[in-house]
Design a binder for this molecule. Structure first.
Ligand code: ADP
Length: 666
């Protein structure tokens, strides 16, 4: 029986062994699991963001994490097992809450921990805002969630509180509220009309000032939209601008428009609109500011009517005063003592100035009122310029200034009102004369451009100072030196010129260099059907390389332009100032350069081009004399006018075009 006993014993040992092994294994797994879960608990407890506090059933604190220590100022050892959360709660707050709960549950709720615990016990958990008081007595707001802890049988064993310090959130809420209130107040008390308008045009909000302007009570106004209160003629302009905001073509717009008052009156308003966007950057609503300018417009109208009446009334007697003075000066000078004659002369001169001023004011007035007539017709450029020069020769002689003009091609035409053209030309020309030195020359030139004709007037006067240049086209602006005051004039001329030109689709500008001179130019659209500049040719010419011919002899330019027809487009600059402008504005392939130019030496233009950040086009010097040796190295070639035939010049230019465009292509 021994083997059996041995077998049974063996089996028993094996069983015991396996049980022990299992026990060890389970214990290991359990302890690993416990360790992990302890780590997790620790991590949660040490969270810096939340105060985590747990109590037992009696309310004594059993868990008090680091954040709670830090924020409340109490140490773990001072609190755990020794105190209850009443230590940092506000007694008054608890009392108020207890009363609320007593009413809610129809029973007496104690003004102590019960106020914190009764609700969580009944409904699982409760989150509320409370005030916590630190050890040092300072306070902070928290959002506190209290939940009961239960055992396996569902009996409450304690409570868990998780609190978040919400001081920062509260501060932000307060700031937001304050800013909303400020906006509301700003809108409410603003002296000008303000409104928020939805994307369909309905008024969303309107301030009392706007209600006043339009004559509606706020609730009535909010039933309408801006379209129905806009004067019909002004609606398109407004809608077009609104569309611009929606399309992102502009961020704001400002227009003058008319609204219809509730009583039917027209209200003139200056409207500024911008658009507010939502968080996805989509259009949300419009913000409109509306200023009533009805009275201001009426005042303006009366003012200009007054000016116009006064000017008219003044002009007639003044004209006769000037006439009489002129007559006395001219015919009776011999009978008048020298001293008196001098005074007469002063009176005559000043009556002329006054008439000029009055005429200018009347012109401005007419233009502002849209009453200036423009009889636009096809006019030959050559005729216009010749007549303009003839009319100003006498004036120039008074200043001992000579007027010089390059020959003008017969076949150039512009669409203009001839009288208004003369007014602009005379203004520019007389300025050039006025500011020229005695014995100086004023140069007039005409340059056909791609789609327009450029009229240029150059002088060798003092130039226009930079600080004044920006204001020169505004009303009553004169360079504020005694020098320019002494020249007479009103400071209105150039402003009127610009207005007149804008009515004829033209523009005016100038280039100037202090101490060297000034070139004023104005462009007017060339007439379609010009033999040289018809639309077809123009289209074809668009793609041709451009040759800039800097040359004051228009005949030579014409020869070159004709010779290069179909191969290149020739633009001509009669002065260095214009040449500088052209090279900045257009992509020039080749420059053909004269040396002796009215406003300086062509060689300075080479230096100018060298100093630009762009690559230098090949330059061919075509001048009366040979250029100095050091300059020859800077240019692609030079020719002396009297020594070469036109063919040679053209061949050379074509070769340079090939070089220039070939280089670009490669
Ligand atoms: P004004 O009647 O005074 O000439 P403009 O509007 O025609 O009025 O010119 C305004 C001012 O611009 C002049 O007073 C002068 O200071 C300046 N100005 C105009 N043309 C020239 C010029 N060619 N050279 C220098 N300054 C000029």
């Amino acid at each position: 029986n021994l083997p059996r006993t041995i077998l049974a014993g063996g089996l028993l040992i094996a069983l015991l062994l396996s049980l022990t092994l299992r026990y060890i294994l389970v214990a290991r797994v359990k302890s690993a699991y416990l360790a992990r879960s302890n780590k997790l608990n620790e991590a949660i407890l040490s969270s810096a963001a939340y105060l985590i506090i747990a109590t037992d059933k009696s309310g004594a604190v059993i868990v008090f994490n680091r954040a709670a220590e830090e924020q409340l100022g109490w140490k773990y050892a001072e609190v755990v097992g020794k105190a209850s959360p009443l230590l940092w709660h506000d007694k008054k707050e608890l009392a108020i809450r207890a009363e609320e709960l007593s009413r809610e549950f129809g029973m007496t709720v104690g003004k102590d921990m019960s106020a914190l615990l009764i609700k969580p016990e009944k409904s699982g958990a409760e989150t509320r805002e409370w005030t916590f008081i630190r050890k040092d007595g300072t306070r902070f707001p928290v959002s506190l969630t209290v939940s009961p802890l239960r055992d396996n049988h569902g009996d409450v064993t304690g409570y868990l509180g998780v609190a978040e310090n919400i001081s920062e959130r509260k501060r932000q809420q307060k700031a937001l509220k304050a800013s909303e209130e400020t906006f509301r107040a700003a809108m409410h008390y603003a002296a000008i009309g303000m409104a928020l308008v939805d994307l369909q045009g309905n008024w969303l909000r309107a301030n009392p000032a706007l209600c006043d302007i339009l004559g509606y009570a706020e609730e009535d106004l909010l039933q309408t939209d801006f379209q129905s209160l806009t004067y019909p003629e002004d609606l398109d302009k407004d809608l077009e601008n609104v569309q611009g905001l929606l399309d992102g073509r502009h961020d704001t717009y400002q227009i003058e428009k008319r609204y219809i008052h509730k009583n039917g009156d027209i209200v003139w308003a200056q409207l500024s609109v911008s658009m507010a966007k939502d968080s996805d950057n989509n259009p949300a609503y419009f913000i409109a500011q509306i200023r009533d300018i009805t009275e201001q417009r009426e005042m303006d109208r009366m003012k200009s009517e007054f000016i116009s009446v006064v000017s008219h009334e003044l002009r007639t007697p003044l004209t006769s005063i000037r006439g009489s003075l002129g007559l006395i000066e001219g015919t009776m000078a011999a009978d008048i003592p020298e001293k008196a004659l001098n005074l007469l002369h002063i009176a005559h001169k000043n009556s002329e100035r006054l008439i000029l001023l009055i005429n200018d004011i009347l012109d401005l007035d007419k233009m502002n009122a849209g009453k200036m007539r423009f009889d636009i017709a096809r006019e030959q450029v050559k005729d216009l310029v010749s007549f303009g020069i003839e009319s100003n020769v006498a004036y120039a002689e008074k200043f001992d200034v000579r007027l010089a003009c390059d020959p003008i091609a017969e076949d150039l035409y512009v669409n203009v009102d001839a009288a208004r053209w003369q007014q602009v030309f005379t203004n520019v020309l007389s300025n050039a004369v006025k500011f020229s030195p005695e014995g100086g020359v004023v140069k007039i030139s005409v340059t056909p451009m791609a789609e327009s004709i450029r009229f240029s007037v150059s002088d060798s006067g003092p130039g226009i100072p930079d600080e004044f240049a920006a204001r020169i086209f505004t009303k009553f602006s004169q360079a504020d030196s005694t020098n320019s005051r002494s020249k007479g004039g009103t400071g209105l001329g150039l402003n009127i010129c610009r207005e007149i030109l804008s009515h004829m689709k033209g523009q005016i500008d100038f280039v100037t260099e202090e101490g060297v001179g000034t070139t004023f130019w104005f462009d007017l659209p060339a007439v379609n059907g010009n033999s040289v500049f018809d639309a077809e040719t123009h289209k074809k010419n668009q793609h041709l390389p451009i040759v800039l011919h800097v040359e004051d002899d228009a005949d030579l330019s014409e020869v070159i332009a004709t010779g290069l027809a179909g191969k290149a487009r020739v633009v001509t600059a009669g002065t260095l100032a214009i040449a500088r402008r052209m090279i900045e504005e257009q992509e020039i392939s080749v420059v053909v350069l004269d040396i002796g130019l009215p406003d300086g030496s062509g060689l300075s233009f080479i230096e100018y081009m060298h100093n630009r950040p762009f690559s230098l086009p090949p330059v061919l010097i075509l001048a009366a004399d040979e250029p100095p040796r050091h300059m020859r190295e800077l240019v692609a070639g030079f020719m002396v006018k009297s020594r070469v035939s036109e063919d040679k010049i053209l061949d050379k230019v074509i070769e340079l075009i090939g070089l220039s465009t070939g280089a670009k292509g490669g």
